[in-house]
Design a protein around this ligand. Structure first.
Ligand SMILES: Nc1ncnc2c1ncn2[C@@H]1O[C@H](COP(=O)(O)OP(=O)(O)O)[C@@H](O)[C@H]1O
Ligand SMILES: [Mg+2]
Length: 300
């Protein structure tokens, strides 16, 4: 049967996940009985490997050995498919927070910051940080995964008007996509990952998506209604972005204290709320950097 097939020494078992680019199976190494996860990506009739697979393999290879990044074990090319072999983890963060009320927030946040620190240190942006792309083991250790749209960030610029390399702005799953991408910015930088991670932290604590919208415009509406509509004062660089005119038709919202709610404060305190607040800043250059976040009071 196709789905119980063998790839080298790995016997594929049940499917444990599927996404935009492939299917993920639990697999057993018949020599050692060790369990792995294998991401199978079809290359189709052309037998050509698509750009996202190349990106994923390149990023995973460069990041091998870095803490809190899913460690690549092996890549197999066989009969028109690419198989990426990874350790098997029992949960992704989305499932884990749904099933578990006993979350060590500090531990999870610190590990995620260290993981993203390692990604940025080697010159990559992840560009798809979300609970489904974070894997969790039985000891609540977390590992960043799914580098299908990760890319090198050569520019490292923090100014949209400077002459930096252009990137596609239609990246990052909608609910975790920062306002600069929603407004058509094509030379964003690593601070996009800081925004997404801030949204992940909020979701881990509150078990609900922070900004829930079905379209780009609804996302902007949701973001502005909590953080305020961009102005030269609140978020100057957003006001010069290509799609801002459309957004200018929004009502003039003022910033709210959405993080300072009893439930959130009882779980992570004022320091935890302050950390998330500094990650989720409209103006990208005002967002805390990952290394600053690791030094934040919350972790002292
Ligand atoms: N190493 C792994 N161990 C266990 N489950 C995994 C592993 N890698 C991925 N998965 C599961 O498969 C899902 C899809 O994998 P992912 O790499 O995110 O693929 P896609 O690029 O298609 O989104 C994940 O959300 C997760 O639930
Ligand atoms: Mg994924």
């Amino acid at each position: 049967m196709q789905d119980n097939k063998k790839v080298q020494q790995f016997i594929l078992q049940e499917k444990v996940g599927f996404g935009a680019f492939g299917e993920v199976y639990k697999a057993i190494d018949e020599n050692t009985s060790e369990i792995f996860a294998i991401k199978r990506i079809f290359s189709g009739r052309s037998q050509q490997i698509d750009q996202s697979t190349i990106r994923e393999i390149a990023a995973l290879s460069s990041l091998k050995g870095q803490n809190h990044i899913v460690p690549l074990q092996k890549v197999i090319f066989e009969k028109g498919c690419v198989y990426i072999v990874l350790p098997f983890y029992p949960y992704n963060l989305y499932e884990h927070i749904k099933q578990n009320d006993d979350i060590n927030y500090k531990k999870v946040f610190k590990q995620l910051l260290l993981g993203v620190y390692n990604i940025h240190k080697l010159g990559f942006m992840h560009r798809d940080l979300k609970p489904l792309n974070i894997l969790v083991d039985d000891n609540q250790n977390v590992y960043i995964s799914d580098f299908g749209i990760a890319r090198m960030n050569f520019g490292q610029c923090r100014n949209f008007n400077s002459n930096c390399e252009k990137h596609s702005y239609e990246v990052i799953t909608l609910h975790f996509r920062p306002p600069e991408n929603l407004l058509g910015c094509d030379n964003y930088h690593v601070s996009v990952d800081v925004w997404s991670l801030g949204c992940v932290f909020y979701q881990v604590v509150m078990k609900e998506i922070l900004f829930y919208g079905d379209s780009q415009i609804e996302m902007l509406f949701k973001i502005f209604s909590k953080l305020g509509t961009p102005s030269a004062f609140i978020a100057p660089s957003l006001c010069s972005l290509p799609l801002f005119n459309e957004a200018a038709a929004f009502p003039r919202f003022y910033p709210t204290k959405y993080l300072y709610q009893e439930e959130l404060l009882s779980r992570i305190g004022y320091e935890g709320a302050d950390l998330i607040d500094r990650m989720i800043q409209l103006e990208p250059s005002r967002r805390i950097t990952i290394s600053e976040a690791l030094q934040h009071q919350y972790f002292l």
